[in-house]
Design a protein around this ligand. Sequence first.
Ligand code: CP
Ligand code: NVA
Length: 303
Amino acid sequence: MGAGESLMPRHLLDISSLQPEQLERLLETAAYFKKSSYRGKELDGKTVALLFEKPSLRTRTTLEVAALHLGGHAVYLDTRQVGLGVREPVKDVAANLGRWVEGIAARVNKHETVSELAQYAGVPVVNALSDAHHPLQALADLLTLRERFGRLEGLRLAYVGDGNNVLASLLEAAALAGVEVVVSTPEGYEPPAELMAKAGASLVRDPHQAVKGADAVYTDVWVSMGQEEETQRRLRDFRGYTVTPELMQSAGEQAVFMHCLPAHYGEEVVEEVVYGPASVVFDQAENRLHTAKAVLADLVGGR
Ligand code: CP
Ligand code: NVA
């Protein structure tokens, strides 16, 4: 592989497709982009299609702004208008888009949809969230941790709540970066066992025990997009797993609070914690932009 050639896989569907050095390079690039308020020409004349089946604030905005900062352009496509898999098959949509744009970022209900897009598009595809993974979020999370602690290796992160897409990507990222993860979920909401094993993560049911001595306490919504029908059951099952100031106290003074957002106040977290002194949630949100730029520059721009 020649100097300057992309180290990234052709697509970014999950974090486990990255090698540790690729992850490191993405974080380095993102940190440099942040420090230098970078504007470049990596995407000069290039277009990225944003194909979204679910709502978004952070992912959509940061990808659009990232494309602009790199001299390119983003086209937002609401899948109800496109009729993804309804008006025409996913693979036909992919094959068409690949003839017009240089990259696709897709937010999908089923992970298989983003895999199928990658299979047929002929251009790089980025997973902008699926039911199983949220790789762009995990990159921003690692950048935030690295900024706060000056390192990743050996940090201890306690995740309290649902074993969902955000946790899956965090576990994969933690495995590559040497972050120790303690997971605290109610019974039946654990992440896939192979992801726990790959990250060497431990399961501690009691959130107060789980967070003890953690450098970071992380949570996410109990009801993810697409699970609305399970709301009542989930609200009942997750009782006791809310991140409160008392839970942060159990963690200790060193602990930062993390959340990918959006937050459902009074469920997985109370507002006081999100706006409290330990919170780095808006750093995470800001870092979504810098990491999105690093991903687009590499995958689509070939930087
Ligand atoms: N964290 C995150 O992905 O936010 P959006 O759903 O607003 O994109
Ligand atoms: N787990 C959440 C993350 C939102 C960014 C969801 O999938 O809805």
